[in-house]
Design a protein around this ligand. Structure first.
Ligand code: ADP
Ligand code: GLC
Length: 478
């Protein structure tokens, strides 16, 4: 199948979170399975690409009452496993800013991105069998491909799948602006909006042929309500059109035996190098040696429950843990982390910022990883931790509950409170003190496999169903 993915982030180009890891790995796995895959992505100022893409010219994108010219760049990417997929970049000054997101005109910027995707595909002569869009940034595409004017014939009317990686981020704008920007029929302003307000994720949910999210647990929670951030009724109305397909982990990109960020290599059946990684991390961060080491690698956002961990710091210190922190985001949480470093020298240390190599050294050097998320669509951090023989101590929610086994590979707790987290840490501490028991758990976690093959097969089945349904709806036209 010819598969087009539209996304705001993908490794190896731009990453703020797990969305980028998934859009680095899933298209590669699909290419390995024999699909012809194109990933369309904005070209940001901060984008890293060596060699740079080849800019093949401009296309005119119908937009905002007229047309906007965007540049089209392209590059093939072959990963360490040898799988190749093509990337296409949308070049426009709206994306040439220091950060990926966080601007007042984000909805306008990503409406332009979505509207540019079919033009870019046409410029590359790529006529997709399925268009798979990710999160709110690309969620206007299902409506556009079905109802937009002047959509190139290679993409118009193609079946669409929307994957929700995080329902909290939705893309808000004035309802009339959204349809005007995207050049959709004015009468769609109401149906695409949520309570009269333009909401790009809602627009995608009500128009995509199929909606998925990144774990069965989060799919169930979204269907039941309470985690939809205003979209509970929209998710509930999807019924069987919503399903959960668990993310995999790119086990070549995250492999402690070959990870160049680590000073010492190790593997599930030989963890000697892990001890040396821990010593190196203690020295790097100025932590007292020889204590159990808890890690935190996270975006600092309300979702992640960082405040619960900060509140539990006195308890975890009492229990004997050291804490190694890496994260950035919410300024209040950043300040709270810095205060904890100052208050507990030698026991709590780390860095406020984004640092891929330090993240890997924490996954490798820590004994356990804290994941006190309020909600978690899938979570890749716990998968990476387990691969690096580090036991997750996590809240039993969404993908965390789906991937961590409290009896074998980690520690789960239920209540989103510092006390419940401290209690789970106490259980982990007791297990750590029993060396033989800890060793069994650690190697069980490191041997756990979350490959992409299962997800590739599940998406294949879903694409097939969406295509068949679309063919029927179109009166038998292919
Ligand atoms: P989310 O996408 O919600 O942030 P995930 O667990 O799915 O959560 O993915 C987070 C990804 O981002 C992981 O690869 C994690 O290692 C990485 N990451 C998060 N914060 C940082 C940071 N401060 N520095 C480096 N990598 C980070
Ligand atoms: C989102 C979610 C995270 C998930 C990631 C990749 O960022 O917050 O749980 O792992 O997307 O799907």
């Amino acid at each position: 199948m010819r598969l087009l993915h539209a996304t705001a982030e993908a490794v190896p180009f731009a990453k703020t979170g797990g969305l980028a890891d998934v859009l680095g790995a899933l298209p590669a796995a699909q290419a390995a399975a024999g699909h012809d895959v194109l990933v369309v992505h904005p070209w940001y100022a901060a984008l890293r690409a060596d060699p740079p893409p080849l800019w093949i010219g401009d296309v005119s994108v119908p937009f905002d009452g007229g047309s906007v010219s965007v540049g089209v760049g392209t590059r093939d990417v072959t990963d360490r496993a040898g799988d190749t997929r093509r990337f296409a970049f949308v070049g426009h000054e709206a994306f040439r800013r220091p950060a990926l997101y966080g601007y007042p005109d984000d909805a306008w910027r990503f409406a332009l991105f979505a509207r540019a995707v079919p033009e870019v595909a046409a410029r590359l002569g790529f006529a997709p069998d399925v268009v798979h869009v990710h999160d709110w940034h690309a969620a206007l595409l299902p409506a556009l491909l079905r109802h937009g004017d002047h959509v190139p014939s290679g993409s118009a009317g193609r079946p669409t799948v929307l994957t929700v990686h995080n329902a909290q981020y939705q893309g808000h704008a004035d309802a009339a602006d959204v349809v005007r920007w995207a050049r959709l029929p004015g009468e769609l302003a109401g149906p695409l909006a949520l309570h009269g307000r333009g909401n790009l994720l809602h627009a995608g949910l009500v128009t995509a042929d199929r909606v998925t999210t990144v774990s069965p647990g989060y799919a169930r929670e979204l269907g039941e309500g309470g985690v939809g951030y205003g979209l509970d009724a929209t998710f509930a109305a999807l019924g069987p059109r919503l399903s959960g397909i668990l993310n995999g982990l790119d086990d070549v990109a995250f492999d402690p035996a070959t990870d160049p960020a680590l000073a010492h290599a190790f593997a599930a059946d030989d963890l000697a190098g892990k001890r040396r990684c821990k010593e190196a991390l203690e020295a790097e961060l100025g932590l007292e040696a020889g204590r159990p080491l808890l890690g935190l690698v996270s975006r600092f956002a309300d979702q992640k429950g960082i405040d619960l961990l900060i509140a539990a710091v006195p308890d975890l210190i009492d229990q004997g843990w050291n804490l190694a922190v890496l994260g950035a985001g919410d300024p209040g949480l950043e300040q709270a982390a810095r205060s904890a470093f100052a208050r507990h020298p030698g026991r709590v240390a780390g860095r406020v910022g984004y640092d891929d190599a330090l993240a890997r050294r924490i996954y490798a050097g820590a004994d356990a990883l804290a994941l006190p998320s309020r909600f978690e669509p899938c979570g890749l951090a716990q998968l990476i931790a387990m691969r690096y023989a580090t036991l997750p101590v996590a809240r039993a929610t969404g993908g965390l509950a789906d991937t961590i086994d409290d009896d074998r590979t980690g520690f789960l707790f239920t209540d989103a409170t510092p006390a419940a987290l401290a209690d789970a840490l106490r259980r982990a501490r007791e297990a750590y003190d029993d060396e033989a028991r800890w060793a069994v758990r650690r190697s069980a976690a490191a041997r756990e496999r979350f490959g992409w093959d299962r997800a590739v097969a599940a998406y294949d089945a879903l694409y097939g169903a969406a295509r068949a349904e679309r063919t029927r709806a179109d009166g038998g036209r292919p």
